[in-house]
Design a protein around this ligand. Structure first.
Ligand SMILES: [Zn+2]
Length: 402
């Protein structure tokens, strides 16, 4: 605990544990002595903490490593078999529930589409059931689920524990997501805005590149949002809704948005806006779904490609606003729209951005497409939970020993 009284013994131990398990995760497999070098902790401290971790089943020994002078030492790594977390991603038109190991690797998952019909209450109940099913499956495989994270479309008020606005879907603001999940799953549950979760997923996998810098993850999906990580910390804002770039305007006299603003970015480049536009332009008899319209782009349908490009151009305007606001070194673009034609999208956005920002700024930044997984946000949801586990290992595992 930070405070006027300094650090007590217990919190020092927690900090050392956190440091070591984080280092071990990044190293993959290594020897205790190597961890002592990296952490600058005493060998005895490392040995004691690793003994606890091994007793708890968080770390395991994985045979011998041969060092530079031919000396053999026992290799250790995070035990990815005994514990797990649940990651949930709630979208406007679908949801994903996944089981992850302690390193943040996906073990099993279900993605479900949601029709326009069912109300948030019914969808939420289904999500809870799927999460419990996955926990049951995990248990059959002798994996104990110890925490859960959920990534939700913002703006989400952390203080109220509720989604304040989900464009195009009403009723979510009546559900206490965290409270209900905690009670139902009987687990610590962490809620994060989806783009923030996506940013954390990127950061988790490439921390070496991103630390001491500004990373912005842009989720271009059913809504548009940004997760901003500066020097390893998420920028959350005063009530936790920073990064809602979907509701920044790119056209001051554009159509009015449900948030109150006019010409909001997400109404020009989200997957919902894109699908709607393709349907309007193609005047097809049957309304095409997002994946059908995406397929048209991939198949080279001229009209669909034009609309996709226009959507990229619109997103670029939003990205330029982000660049001039936060001066990021890294921008990573993810979510549904980013998976239609990643190379095409990246090329177009880079060209647009280069034209619109100062050369000095452009020369010192990098734009790329998300490579973490097809859904960095469900990944990120799990990582939010794992981060808490790694921050307080004692809280999760101490009672397991004996
Ligand atoms: Zn808006």
């Amino acid at each position: 605990m930070r405070g006027n009284h300094g650090y007590n013994q217990e919190s020092i131990q927690d900090m050392n544990r956190t440091l070591l398990i984080s280092l071990l995760r990044k190293e993959g497999i290594c020897a205790r002595a190597h961890l002592a070098n990296l952490s600058m902790l005493k060998q005895a401290t490392v040995t004691n903490i690793m003994n606890d971790f091994i007793n708890w089943g968080v770390v395991k020994e994985v045979g011998f490593l041969v060092g530079s002078k031919g000396r053999r030492s026992i290799g250790i790594s995070i035990n990815n078999d005994d514990y797990g977390v649940i990651g949930i991603r709630l979208g406007r038109k679908n949801y994903t529930v996944g089981l992850f190991d302690l390193s943040g690797n996906l073990v099993d998952h279900r993605r479900r589409e949601v029709d326009a019909g069912p109300k948030p209450r019914a969808i939420f109940d289904k999500i809870k059931r799927e999460a419990k099913d996955l926990m049951k499956l995990a248990k059959q495989g002798e994996r104990k689920v110890i925490a859960a994270g959920i990534a939700i479309p913002g703006p989400y008020s952390e203080r109220r524990g509720r989604i304040e606005l989900m464009t195009g879907v009403s009723g979510w603001n009546e559900i206490s997501i965290q409270e209900e999940l905690t009670e139902d799953l009987q687990l610590p549950v962490f809620v994060e805005q989806d783009a923030n979760a996506g940013a954390l997923a990127q950061y988790w996998h490439k921390e070496e590149d991103y630390k001491n810098n500004v990373l912005v993850y842009i989720a271009d999906g059913q809504g548009v949002g940004a997760g901003i990580i500066s020097n390893g910390e998420l920028l959350k804002g005063s009530i936790g809704v920073a990064g809602e770039i979907g509701h920044t305007s790119i056209c001051f006299n554009g159509p009015k948005c449900a948030c109150g603003n006019f010409g909001c970015l997400e109404n020009y480049c989200s997957s919902i806006a894109f699908t709607k536009k393709v349907n309007e332009e193609l005047k097809s008899e049957k309304e095409l779904s997002f994946s059908e319209t995406a397929k048209l782009v991939q198949d080279g349908n001229e009209k669909a490609v034009d609309i996709f490009m226009e959507s990229c151009d619109n997103l670029s305007v939003g990205i330029v606003n982000v660049i001039n606001s936060f001066n990021p070194a890294f921008i990573v673009i993810g979510d549904d729209m980013a998976h239609i034609a990643p190379d095409l999208m990246l090329e177009r956005i880079k060209k647009d951005v280069e034209e619109r920002v100062l050369p000095e700024i452009y020369a010192n930044m990098d734009i790329s497409m998300s490579v973490v997984s097809s859904d960095s946000m469900v990944h990120g949801a799990a990582i939010v939970a794992i981060m808490d586990i790694f921050s307080h290992p004692g809280k999760y595992f101490e009672q397991e020993s004996g």
